[in-house]
Design a protein around this ligand. Structure first.
Ligand SMILES: Nc1nc2c(ncn2[C@@H]2O[C@H](COP(=O)(O)OP(=O)(O)O)[C@@H](O)[C@H]2O)c(=O)[nH]1
Ligand SMILES: [Mg+2]
Length: 260
């Protein structure tokens, strides 16, 4: 297990169910510190974590009294991290879908390119729901257009290492990106802001209810949100962000780019 004073693991959690405790334990075994932002959960899944903080000095639990969405929880964590002197956050899901054993590799890549946003590319197993795969292809295509040619290989996978100051800057540009629109919007805005990207494959599992899998993704509500997100981003791209997107593409394609 590695301990860091610059890079921490941040886990946003909302009614994450029984997998939360094991996910946090797996993360702690790979890396410390691990911070969990509990976003107004009502299912008591965070209660064992509050007990665990007594034995695990590497664990911190931040409680948000009201549910604000994944992006709002990550922003709370990022601001706290900057206050405490940390520079980078590896954000991962709270429900066991993301590979804790890849944390050291992702952190290593971030340490090697500290300016960069390190993005996971999900490698799915045969259990992945078909409708999720199809929806994903549309998002990938739209983000390819919004970045004028790539750099964000998967806009939806939440296993990423963020430079914390660049993330906070990107989120402070908008009052959106607080729910499930957080992952694509943060990546596109950071790309427009000139943050280099590094894309790395990592496994992503889908767990059944019997295995403790929980999802708050609401197919209609969240897809409507995604349509609105891409409408906003394309509008902004065409009106005033295209010079920044062109600059970012040029930097990405130049031989001295931080991309690995
Ligand atoms: N803080 C916070 N996190 C959330 C919220 N909804 C989902 N999440 C987190 O976002 C991650 C992905 O959410 P999940 O419901 O598993 O979506 P799915 O994996 O796309 O089906 C998990 O870590 C959740 O705990 C929310 O309202 N607030
Ligand atoms: Mg999930």
């Amino acid at each position: 297990m590695s301990r860091s004073s610059s890079h921490l693991v941040l886990i946003p959690s909302y009614n994450s169910g029984p997998r939360l405790l094991s996910t946090v334990r797996e993360a702690l075994a790979q890396w410390q510190p691990v911070w969990v932002v509990v976003d107004g959960s009502t299912d008591k899944s965070h209660e064992p974590l509050l007990e665990l903080t007594a034995q695990e000095p590497g664990l911190r639990v931040i409680l948000r009294p009201k549910n604000g969405g994944k992006g709002a929880a990550v922003l709370t964590g990022a601001r706290e991290a900057l206050k405490a002197g940390f520079t980078h956050l590896l954000v991962m899901d709270s429900d066991g879908q993301h590979p804790a054993d890849r944390i050291p590799d992702f952190m290593r890549r971030s340490l090697a390119s500290p300016q960069a946003l390190v993005l996971g590319i999900p490698v799915f197993g045969p259990e992945v729901p078909r409708e999720r795969l199809h929806g994903r292809k549309l998002s990938v295509g739209l983000v390819h257009f919004e970045t004028l040619g790539g750099g964000v290989d998967d806009p939806l996978f939440g296993f990423r290492v963020y430079p914390a100051d660049a993330l906070v800057r990107a989120l402070e540009q908008t009052s959106h990106a607080r729910g499930f629109d957080f992952d694509p919007e943060a990546a596109v805005r950071m790309f427009w802001d000139g943050v280099p990207t590094v894309n790395v494959p990592a496994p992503c599992r889908y767990l059944t209810r019997e295995q403790g899998g929980v999802s708050h993704f609401h197919y209609v509500r969240d897809n409507v949100k995604m349509v609105w997100l891409h409408t906003r981003l394309i509008f902004q791209l065409l009106l005033w962000r295209w010079p920044a997107a062109c600059r970012a593409q040029r930097a990405r394609r130049s031989p001295v780019s931080a991309r690995t």
